[in-house]
Design a protein around this ligand. Structure first.
Ligand SMILES: [Zn+2]
Length: 218
């Protein structure tokens, strides 16, 4: 979303007064939202257990993660690009909900929203090196293939050398599972933002807007 007018239009349509939007910085800080902040908090994840606090994540290729615990009636959101994912923001958000609200990971319902897919998210040395330092269980999210074996135009550009692609949604699903979220409670919307022209994609159209993922207790 480009401006306040867009946000207000979303707020009106959802019949919620004001979206709680963070100033996202590709970090991994989780902030408790108790009352609607006047200024956006600098963070990439928020948690709350009060009604009428529509926690909102803005993305264009990064992964939006929504969490809900029906038992403690608490919610959480996270913005996970490669940096946030490598910093285990999904795990930190679940742990914050446990610590603050007593939410049990096994009770959580998780939503993983649209992001760039592993066919389109070609990554370079910094990502490869960082990912290599993570626990083994998360390594499957970083995939290598030879350009010639690849199915998309982007991947075929270099036909001989080994290319690396990061599966951000898989990475975050593995991380949610690692902290005790039940696989059957994780729903993924697997649209690729890069390939779906109705969604914003930073890689496709740099300087583009962002789309909002919102969760609220009512
Ligand atoms: Zn794709």
């Amino acid at each position: 979303m480009r401006d306040q007018a867009n946000r207000d239009s979303v707020s009106k349509r959802l019949e919620i007064d004001r979206l709680v939007v963070a100033k996202q910085v590709h970090g991994s800080d989780v902030v408790l939202i108790d009352t609607a902040p006047r200024e956006p908090k600098v963070c990439d994840a928020m948690i709350a257990d009060k009604a009428d606090l529509p926690l909102t994540i803005l993305t264009a290729d990064c992964v939006p993660i929504l969490l809900f615990d029906p038992k403690t009636r608490s919610i959480g959101v996270a913005h996970a690009g490669w940096r946030g994912s490598a910093a285990m923001i999904a795990v930190k958000t679940v742990r914050a909900m446990t610590k603050r609200f007593g939410a049990k990971p096994d009770d959580l319902i998780a939503g993983i929203g649209p992001s760039i897919c592993d066919g389109c998210y070609h990554v370079g040395d910094e990502v490869i090196t960082t990912w290599g330092k993570l626990d083994k269980e998360f390594r499957p999210a970083l995939k290598s293939r030879r350009g010639a074996e690849s199915k998309t135009r982007l991947q075929r550009r270099q036909k001989t050398s080994k290319e690396y692609f990061l599966h951000l949604q898989l990475a975050n699903r593995l991380m949610l599972r690692s902290v005790g979220v039940n696989e059957k409670n994780i729903e993924t919307i697997s649209f690729c933002t890069y390939e779906t022209t109705s969604l914003f994609s930073y890689r496709r159209d740099s300087g583009c807007g962002r789309f909002a993922s919102v969760i609220a207790l009512v």
